[in-house]
Design a protein around this ligand. Structure first.
Ligand code: HPA
Length: 277
């Protein structure tokens, strides 16, 4: 609890630092780039990059394949900020630390959050390299980012989660996929703490409770974004499979490779949704 005493001040301090660095206009959209999807950052016409290590109060990303910087620039004709690398609970951060950047985004004026991740597919229709629209999530993390004192300045005590992922943006993405002949899957993302991948029985369990894909991120950030009243859009890249009787093995490297393969589709959808916002 001691830590939390200066929490609101920390958010403001970091927001002020970023505003000063960016100068001028602040982005209304933020994108969190997940495992293996950091390359999407290359499609951004980068005006400013701030390594996490230089941002006051930011944790430092530890996982391989994550660059760990905040970038500002244009994606298509929209000015955005992007997190190249995120903070995972399994790395040892508290939920408040892992979601701190989302609080800061809100504090600098971001209204829409795009999240992406790599995930294992349970849905038997999924193939490795598929992109899945996240229509909803199931939170199986052992801790909650909103546990503890609620600050009404940040959001309500009991935020609704009936539309965690914006139906408006989901419809846009479906339309874009249709227009561009893109195979776009849909489903429910199960968020678990990791860092172990699932046993076959765990995959079966997640499928039976209504999940289509499983991963180790995203849910905490989305909860915090919704708490703050942001509109959310999420995509998963299916990097491995754990359907009943199907088991496509995973290693961190394979996850990265599959994610890279799906990158053009991710980019197309994100860019197009951005254009239509
Ligand atoms: N499980 C959990 N997280 C993941 C997976 C998975 O199968 N694939 C990529 N991230």
């Amino acid at each position: 609890m001691l830590q939390e005493i200066n929490w609101l001040e920390k958010i403001q301090e970091t927001a002020t630092f970023i505003k000063q660095k960016v100068g001028g206009e602040m982005p209304k959209v933020a994108i969190i780039l997940g495992s293996g999807l950091g390359d999407l950052a290359n499609k951004i016409d980068i005006k400013l990059a701030l390594p996490y290590s230089e941002i006051p109060n930011f944790p430092i990303s530890t996982v391989e394949g994550h660059k760990g910087q905040l970038i500002f620039g244009n994606l298509g004709d929209k000015y955005v900020m992007a997190m190249q690398g995120r903070f995972h609970y399994y790395e040892g951060y508290s939920m408040k630390e892992a979601t701190f950047p989302v609080r800061v985004m809100k504090a600098i004026g971001v209204e829409t959050l795009f999240v992406s991740n790599a995930a294992g597919g349970m849905n038997p229709e999924f193939k490795v390299g598929d992109v899945m629209l996240i229509t909803d999530h199931i939170n199986l993390f052992p801790d909650h980012p909103l546990r503890g004192k609620n600050y009404n300045e940040l959001g309500p005590r009991f935020p609704a989660m009936n539309e965690a992922y914006s139906h408006r943006l989901l419809d846009m993405a479906r339309q874009i996929a249709k227009e561009n002949n893109i195979r776009l899957m849909e489903g429910v993302y199960v968020g678990t703490q990791g860092p172990t991948f699932e046993t076959p029985s765990e995959y079966r369990y997640f499928w039976r409770i209504g999940g289509d894909a499983v991963g180790m991120s995203t849910v905490p950030e989305v909860i915090v974004a919704r708490h703050g009243g942001m509109e959310v859009f999420g995509l998963s890249v299916i990097t491995d499979l754990g359907g009943e009787g199907i088991f496509v093995d995973v290693s961190h490297e394979e996850v990265q490779q599959a994610a890279q393969k799906a990158e053009p589709i991710m980019t197309c959808i994100i860019k197009e949704v951005l254009n239509r916002l």
